[in-house]
Ligand binder design. Structure first.
Ligand SMILES: Nc1nc2c(ncn2[C@@H]2O[C@H](COP(=O)(O)OP(=O)(O)O)[C@@H](O)[C@H]2O)c(=O)[nH]1
Ligand SMILES: [Mg+2]
Length: 314
């Protein structure tokens, strides 16, 4: 399944709900390389592990995004077990930055992920030890803030803005057998400051969705005008009959009052019929993420929304 759509459409949030693994998500920051999550129900071969995630970097492209001639190597970055699952996003974010900085030794990124994970774990401990929730949260955000500052000092600016090289998560002991790909957000051409990356990201999306084996998870927010969405255009070009595209409409909680009627044909799949249909979702807001909302809480909030919302509950 290839998750694609605009920047901040909610792709990483969606993927996180699909695979039960914490991914880096945030408003204002964007994914700058593909992330491939390979889920396998096979039990981990590592003693004592019920769940195991091997994070690897696949470097198939040079700094100027030309395909390398030598066979691609998957470099081990770090491995985590079930006890470290909640910290995975720190390692993924660090692995992504490692790919954007090919001339910096990998250890630096692993170390920063280690300390960001330790700071976050300490903040959670402080919370559960009865510290006021607010001071615990302040501790956690200042903790990760100082880590970011530390990494910024060591690696002040990323060498590359985007890369086609891939962060690979090889997970055993998962609930399903499935490969999911999180792609950088499509940049609409009016955001001209990204220059040539507009083209690069579009090529990347096209590359992944053109595979006949790929299910295209076209992610659009409920607020966007579907006719203007490039992801819809790309999906229609690569999957003309709408056989392997799933439409996902995110941020149902943010749809403007009175806008429901104008969205109805899209929500009901009439604007663009797709064989696999449409899904409407509510994922954690930025505030929920900052408050460390769990997957179970997110599912409960979503169910509550659809059961009680004046429009969707009908
Ligand atoms: N309120 C609300 N916020 C959402 C929803 N989905 C994503 N977000 C927020 O939108 C921002 C971008 O989400 P992210 O998953 O990182 O988007 P991506 O750039 O497409 O990967 C984050 O601040 C999320 O908390 C949703 O359904 N409702
Ligand atoms: Mg993302």
């Amino acid at each position: 399944m290839v998750v694609c759509g605009n920047q901040s459409a909610g792709k990483s949030s969606l993927l996180e709900r699909l695979c039960g693994v914490r991914l880096p998500r945030a408003a204002g920051t964007c994914t700058k390389c593909p992330t491939e999550v390979r889920l396998s129900t096979a039990p981990p071969t590592v003693p004592g592990a019920s769940w195991y995630c091997q994070i690897k970097l696949r470097r198939e492209y040079s700094k100027d995004n030309k395909q390398l001639e030598t066979a691609p190597k998957e470099l081990a970055f770090e491995a985590l077990n079930q006890d470290q699952k909640d910290q995975l996003h720190h390692y993924i974010a660090a692995a992504q930055r490692a790919l954007l900085n090919p001339d910096t030794p990998l250890d630096i990124f692993v170390q920063y992920a280690d300390s960001a994970a330790a700071a976050a774990a300490a903040a959670v401990d402080a919370d559960s030890n009865g510290a006021a929730a607010e001071s615990g949260l302040a501790g956690s955000s200042s903790g990760s803030g100082s880590k970011t500052a530390g990494l910024a000092a060591a690696v002040p600016a990323d060498q590359l803005q985007f890369t086609r090289n891939v962060v690979v998560l090889e997970i055993t002991g998962a609930d399903v057998d499935l490969a999911l790909i999180d792609l950088p957000g499509i940049i609409q051409t009016e955001q001209a400051d990204y220059g040539s990356n507009v083209e690069l990201v579009q090529q990347l999306v096209r590359h992944y969705i053109s595979s006949k084996r790929a299910i295209i998870v076209a992610t659009i927010t409920c607020r966007d005008d579907i006719d203007k969405e490039l992801v819809v255009q790309l999906a229609r070009e690569e999957d003309r009959e709408g056989r392997r595209t799933i439409g996902v409409l995110t941020k149902a909680d943010q749809i403007e009052a009175c806008a429901h009627d104008t969205r109805l044909p899209v929500l009901q799949g009439e604007s663009y019929p797709l064989r696999l249909g449409y899904y409407v979702v509510v994922n954690p807001s930025q505030k929920d993420i900052n408050n460390n909302m769990s997957a179970a809480e997110a599912a409960a909030e979503e169910a509550h929304f659809f059961a009680t919302d004046a429009f969707f509950s009908q």
